[in-house]
Design a protein around this ligand. Structure first.
Ligand code: DAK
Length: 258
């Protein structure tokens, strides 16, 4: 499939790289871009050659938020009837591990998009924020929830209520970011991390991701129950037999994703 607002690459075996590509608008998440992103994720979810995905922007911006020009003149009913929740659902429900490689501005819906990912690698020039308050609105794609869970109530309050940005080191100290690297190395680092992830058993990766996300959605008892059952489920996979045999035979496992 070909896209106008994103670029799709295969930098390593098992790894797909999506670059948001509206540089003149700091990768603002227009409806067209979000539609393409959702389509690309659908394509990658179904592709057995892809085990892990990296999502990035460019050096100046990961994404500066929703495209504000699309908000002009819109009413509540316009938003309710036309805003495409399913585009965000494709990201929320993407089954494979996805790593955000963030340089420059990562704001509003851009930060919410990064927080939909499973890990965040930041360049030293990254700036994270939820500046919706300056537009007279508030985060609407999970910012009040995911940011609060990531950094805690008091820090989330300050970021969302002031609209101030935090830099990469501050975001790392808060637990929003996995790694901070020189800006020019952010994609390289994220792809290397993705390649490491992609070398593991694909089914186990997907089910571990699903189980980790339950920690945010369920009580601990419920989530422990889900974890145990998912763990048992993997005992019917060929990769479990292969992983255990390879360990016992002191050789590298050959995963099938089955
Ligand atoms: N939308 C549209 N265009 C944008 C943009 C945005 N978010 N951010 C930047 N641009 C455009 C600028 O208009 C400018 O275009 P030209 O004038 O050159 O044509 C170009 O990008 C360069 O920007 P600046 O000239 O402003 O560059 P600066 O370096 O001076 O400033 C900045 C960079 C990032 C600080 C500034 O551009 C800025 O403050 N941008 C807006 C950031 C912002 O407020 N973001 C939050 C938007 S609200 C939902 C899903 C998503 C959302 C909500 C609900 N549901 C599923 C329900 C998300 C909402 C939001 O993100």
């Amino acid at each position: 499939m070909s896209y106008d607002n994103i670029l799709l690459e295969r930098p390593q075996p098992g790894v797909a790289l999506i670059r948001l590509n509206r540089p003149k608008a700091l990768n603002a998440l227009s409806r067209a871009l979000m539609t393409e992103l959702a389509e690309a994720l659908g394509e990658l979810a179904a592709d057995n050659e892809v085990v892990c995905v990296v999502l990035t922007g460019n050096e100046r911006a990961f994404a500066a938020g929703a495209d504000i020009s699309e908000f002009a003149g819109k009413s509540t009913v316009d938003m309710l009837t036309s805003y495409r929740f399913q585009q965000w659902r494709a990201i929320k429900e993407f089954p494979k591990p996805i790593i955000a490689a963030v340089s420059g501005f990562c704001l509003g819906g851009g930060n919410e998009l990064a927080m939909h990912c499973d890990m965040i690698v930041a360049g030293e020039n990254a700036k994270f924020g939820q500046p919706e308050i300056n537009l007279g609105i508030m985060p609407g794609a999970g910012g009040t929830q995911r940011l609060t869970r990531a950094v805690g109530k008091f820090r989330a309050m300050e970021i969302i209520l002031t609209g101030d940005f935090v830099d990469a080191r501050q975001a790392h100290a808060m637990g929003l970011v996995n790694h901070v690297v020189p800006t020019e190395l952010v994609v390289e680092k994220a792809v290397a991390l993705a390649a490491k992830v992609a070398s593991k058993a694909p089914l186990a990766l997907q089910l571990a991701k699903e189980s980790i996300l339950k920690a945010e959605e369920m009580t601990q008892d419920q989530a422990l129950d889900v974890e145990r059952k998912i763990f048992y489920l993997l005992f019917s996979s060929e990769d479990k037999d292969e992983g255990v045999s390879a360990f016992l035979e002191k050789r590298t496992p050959q995963w099938k994703g089955r």
